[in-house]
Design a protein around this ligand. Structure first.
Ligand code: AFP
Length: 281
């Protein structure tokens, strides 16, 4: 596992260098979800795949940017699902973006996730590692990641990060969001999952929601690359992650690019979601 974390650190230093080159242009390719890829998405993906392919403990990898699983080392113990650069639509406006890694054993599904790492590329580069029931944050300085702090959520927070557009929300979801604002929650939403969830974690708590919508009944965010890794981070930090009805780490995966509605937050907010959603199953 140490080798994998080290590999992610090395890849992040390389990705930071590519971001700093300032190329925000689009490529001519689409990924499997139909998004036009940026040259930056492709370059980050290539860096990660190359570095992971040299780690013997990694059996197979799957990237959000690719259609299928890449087998690496037959005797490897770990499987890694990763989103090389989440939040590509924010690159042109110079907001923070991030990489997300889910570390699995045996099979790519929620029951088998054992670790998660994400890296925020903002004014600073920070890496958060969820392993063995703890969440630790590191910061990049002179090409090295240094430990900064353990990350723990409060029981209740102040942030309400609301995904998708109100036009496509169910009326009860809209009421939940509005009730929270009426109770004093602050809207904080950049449209980048990594910085938005990082903010909630570091500011002690709140709620990030990406519900089922009229245009996307199964939500937008991808299980293996985005939702399960962050679910592990939030659970290990003392909060929770649900699909409205149950833990997202109990959601079934039938295809590597499956999505799911999801809510991440501190315990009070997660209880509130479950309470509202239980009447709308
Ligand atoms: P892009 O990769 O297309 O920018 O999508 C980013 C993202 O997957 C995730 O990072 C955000 O939380 C979510 O989409 C935002 O989606 P909405 O704009 O629909 O709220």
């Amino acid at each position: 596992m140490k080798d994998i974390i080290k590999a992610i650190e090395t890849a992040s230093v390389e990705i930071k260098k590519i971001i700093d080159l300032g190329d925000t242009s689009k490529s001519e390719n689409e990924n499997s979800t139909g998004d036009t890829q940026l040259k930056l998405d492709i370059a980050s993906d290539v860096v990660i795949e190359k570095i992971f392919s040299e780690i013997p403990s990694i059996k197979a990898i799957v990237s959000e940017e690719q259609d299928s699983i890449v087998n690496l080392h037959e005797d490897g113990e770990y499987l890694i699902a990763y989103d090389p650069l989440d939040g590509s639509s924010l690159v042109d406006v110079n907001l923070s973006v991030g990489s997300i890694y889910g570390i699995y054993k045996n099979e790519f599904n929620a029951q088998n996730i054992i670790g998660a790492v994400y890296v925020v590329f903002g004014p600073r580069v920070e890496m958060v590692v969820a392993l063995d029931n703890s969440v630790k944050m590191y910061r990049l300085y002179e090409n090295k990641f240094n430990f900064i702090q353990d990350v723990k959520l409060n029981e209740k927070g102040k942030i309400n990060a609301t995904g998708s557009t109100q036009m496509n929300w169910a009326p009860f979801h809209k009421k939940l969001v509005n009730d929270m604002f009426n109770d004093g929650y602050y809207l904080r939403y950049s449209g980048g999952m990594v910085p938005d969830l990082h903010q909630i974690l570091l500011k002690g708590g709140g709620l990030f929601s990406y519900p089922a919508t009229t245009d996307k009944q199964k939500g937008k965010l991808r299980q293996l690359f985005e939702v399960f890794p962050f679910a592990l981070v939030y659970e290990f930090a003392g909060g929770g992650a649900v699909d409205g009805f149950k833990r997202v780490l109990e959601v079934e995966t039938t295809h590597i690019h499956d999505t799911t509605p999801c809510f991440f937050g501190s315990n009070e907010e997660i209880k509130r979601v479950l309470e509202v959603y239980k009447n709308h199953g």
